[in-house]
Every structure is written in structure tokens, then in C-alpha cells.
Design a binder for this molecule. Sequence first.
Ligand code: ADP
Length: 399
Amino acid sequence: MNILVINCGSSSLKFQLIDAGTEEMIAKGLCERIGIPGSRLVYTPKDSGKIITEAVMKDHTDAIRMVLDSLTDAKVGVLTSLNEISAVGHRVVHGGEKFASSTVITDDVIAAIEECNALAPLHNPANLIGIQSCRELMPDVPMVAVFDTAFHQTMPEEAYLYGIPYEYYEKHQVRKYGFHGTSHAYVSAQAAKMLNKPYESLKLIVCHLGNGASVSAVKNGKCVDTSMGMTPLEGLIMGTRSGDVDPAVIEYLCKITEKSVGEVLEELNKKSGVLGLSAGFSSDFRDLEDAYLEGEENSVRALNAFTYRVVKYIGSYCAAMGGVDAICFTAGLGENSPFIREKICEYLGFWGIELDHELNVLRGKEVDVTTKESRTRVLVIPTNEELAIARETVALINN
Ligand code: ADP
């Protein structure tokens, strides 16, 4: 059974075709600059190099048509016909409080996703365009929506409410939702497998550290807290996002810079984080790490602040859960940077956490990077959001 996984942005579209039986990727790719001059498809069938095709894609339907043509192409295709696609799994960013789990897409589901658009105005409309385009081109293929927010819907009220008048929550759903849920769910479930213990018996902290970054607390198989908020701006210091700031800073910045709230928020989203803290040096953690090791002061400042914030969240989630069995690192930085893991774990020595420095440098696979004596495990678990979406899709269409 082959599952096509679609992650649709406003001008881009990522896809993966996954064999649900073997859980192997058969082909993957990316359409860039959809609706903009210079659009192109980067298509990578398994066991072969990238094939780049430049062609006009005036909209997402054009883009998906090109993807389907490539998958079934006589020379470079991996399928003989589209009938070999059993279902499509769509990543949807915001499911609000309407979706606590993935769901088969129907007209009613599309209407409910539309109702969440105000909570994620940049992402949800693009996700919906991808869904509509796929339905147009593959009308008989079942489709499933997998939400970034769904895994976090188990958070208790005390974790998701902001300390603001309650009517804002009741009337306008202003609350913490959390994001990267597919990754947090996948990684925490993998952690239980690695530890060979029932998922429902564990206290886990998952640090998804990429350009966007979030931490979650997963107790007895359920998310009980997470660092991102109503939008992905809250929480950790990220590549370009500020994470937590005193909201009064926004008004103050508007006053002194004569910028609008929208402009200041744009800066908090795109010019802040480690990019802002490094005085514009870089948002890329590799650049920062190299410069840090040479003592470059902007990078030292940015990475110290980044690490400190991660440690604060880990500490608070350990307190909230009454302990922790394992801390899991995932995503671009979490998976690939022994340096950052070491910097974070240095703080945690008082808990009896002890890294094994030889294991900590291993890359690209699941590994427990702590010594036998360490009181708490530290696990590196490569995330695989596409596989998680494919698994959810199979589970739903088999029902
Ligand atoms: P996103 O999906 O949010 O764009 P990723 O999970 O792809 O982000 O992570 C991207 C970040 O991971 C980049 O800042 C990149 O520098 C960092 N990264 C990737 N590989 C390494 C590495 N080997 N060492 C340090 N940082 C890395």
C-alpha cells in the first residue's frame, strides 16, 4: 500500500511517497516558487539522484499534476499508474480545538479546517489548497488530515490557559495549542520502544530543535505541556523567532521605532531568535557553532541564550511531571549537533545526567547517548514526520 504524503505551503509543496508495508520512502520531492516566475520541481526517486524540472506551475493543482506525472513517468517514475496510490496524508498546521486526532477528509472536515484559518493565517489556507488540488486530481483516493496541533490537545487546562480574562478563551479560543505535534508524537513513541517500556508508563521530555524549535512534556503517553503557544512564536529562542518575550515589549518597540504592531511581530518572527541575538550574524546553527568555537562574541551570546532557554523548559517540565525518564533530542539541530546536546546536558549534571561523549557524536540513528550510570536517559531520535503522517493515514483508512 503506497501513501502519498503532502505538506503544502503558500508557494511550495513537499511530498513523499511511502510504502506503508516496508515503511520505506519510494520517492520524494519539492515544488518551489508555485505561482511565481521560476517555478521548479525537484524530484528524487529512491536510489537515484535529484531530477530538476523547471516548468510553469501557475497554482498548486499544476504542481501536484507535475508530481503525479513524475511518479508515473515511463522513465523516472516509480509507479505504473496512479491506482497504486492508496491514500493521501496531508499535513495541516492548525486544528484548533476541533481536532484532537487525525481525520479522514470530508466536506465537513474541510469546513472545520477553514474555521481554524484565523489561528494560522499563513499556513492553513495553503494546506487547504493542497487538499482541494489533490481531491480534484484524485477524486476517488481517500485523504487524511494530520494536524500539527492534535497531539497537544491532551494538555490540561492549567497548561494551555493564558493568564488573561477567561472570556478570551471562551469566546475566541485564545490559548496555547502547540505545534510540531507529529514529531513530538513520533519521537516520544520511538523513545518508549528504545527504552523497551510501555509508552503509558513513561515521563518524557522531547526537544525538537530545528530552525523552528519546541519542547514538550509527555506523561503516560499523553502530551501534558509544550513550549509553543497559540502560534509558533512562543517558547524557545529559535532560528529567527524570539520565543517568549514580555508582551509589553511590543508596545514599547512600536513607540520607540514608530513601527506598527504587524511590523514588530514580523521582526519577532523573522529577525529575532539566534539571528537577532547574534546581531544578524546567522540563523543557521552550524554557522553559529563554528563561530562560537572560535570565540566570536555574537555567536557565543546567541547560543548561550538559546541553550539556557532550552534548559529552563526542561527543568520546568521535569517539575511539572514529577520527574523524567528520558530527554529526547530531535530535528536538524537536536539530531545533528553533539555540541548543543553537550551544552544543554552540562546544566543537568546535578540530576545525575551523564553523557557518553563517544556515543554523543554518532549521527543519523537512534542512540542512547548517556553512560550506564546516568540517572536519566538522553536519547537522540531522528524525527520522521512523513512516516508518522503515513502511519496515521493507513490507520484511518483501514478503519
Ligand atoms: P526546520 O524544519 O524548522 O526548517 P530543521 O529541523 O531542518 O529545521 O533544522 C535546521 C537547523 O538545524 C539549521 O539551523 C541547521 O543549521 C541545523 N543543523 C543541521 N545540521 C546540523 C549540524 N550538523 N550541526 C549543527 N546544526 C545543524
